[in-house]
Ligand binder design. Structure first.
Ligand code: DC
Length: 225
């Protein structure tokens, strides 16, 4: 049997990471958080003193950085030069600057190709042994994996999205800016608020995680029948 690709996109705070991880776990797939590639690229630039507004310097760093992604849904990790930087890429410093890399039109295609390679790798073998991957990120259903077996756009009301992120422990103003401000900046280069043709919309405003996971798993069941 060939592997399956499940692609989930949508703005921050819709539950896409939690749901994608759980779906991967249930179906024995790799879990691929494409946002982590933008985050680790940002960290690599910050560490090396690369000026984030210099698009070519950032692209050069992205093309040469030594990154390894561990796609285990139980413990996804990101290694930079062999060091586990999974916690560092989640700091406010990275969260508030990552849009500079995400909107860099020289760096984006390099990261996008890296992401396609990861997905191809999971269909050929990789962590999932060919079972496939549940990949999440804003342009995953449209640009990275338009041929995915299942494509889902997760949405939720703004206030619910901010409240979910605030529940993760950060200061309210920082959270509002990190969630809504970043969406606004990222919208300049990626469209992730409206579903493209063939993409299922899943509004999680009133759904529990369990319900959202169930919805994606049943779409996967339909796709592989
Ligand atoms: O999902 P996240 O918060 O980890 O994303 C980090 C940043 O990368 C954010 O600015 C959105 C951007 N991103 C993107 O442009 N395309 C993706 N496929 C994934 C993330």
């Amino acid at each position: 049997m060939s592997g399956i690709v499940i692609a989930i996109d949508g703005p921050a705070g819709t539950g896409k990471s939690t749901v994608s991880r759980e779906v991967a776990l249930r179906l024995g797939l790799a879990y691929f958080d494409t946002g982590a590639t933008y985050r680790v690229a940002t960290l690599a630039c910050l560490r090396d003193g690369v000026d984030l507004s210099n698009t070519s310097d950032v692209a050069a760093m992205v093309a040469t950085m030594n990154v390894e992604l561990i796609l285990d849904p139980r413990a996804p990790r990101v290694l930079l030069d062999g060091e586990d930087v999974s916690a560092q890429i989640r700091t406010d410093t990275v969260a508030l600057t990552v849009s500079k890399v995400a909107t860099n039109l020289e760096a984006r295609p390099i990261l996008q190709e890296m992401q396609r390679e990861v997905i191809r790798g999971e269909l050929a073998g990789g962590y999932s042994d060919g079972r496939g991957v549940c990949a999440e990120g804003r342009d995953i259903t449209t640009v990275i994996a338009p041929e995915a077996d299942v494509r889902v756009l997760m949405t939720a009301d703004d206030d619910v999205r901010v409240a979910r992120r605030a529940g993760e422990g950060a200061d309210a103003g920082t959270v509002r800016e990190a969630v809504l401000g970043r969406d606004r900046r990222d919208s300049a280069v990626v469209s992730f608020h409206e579903a493209a043709d063939g993409v299922h919309t899943l509004d999680t405003t009133d759904l529990t995680i369990e319900e959202a996971v169930g919805a994606v798993v049943s779409l996967a069941g339909e796709a592989t029948q």
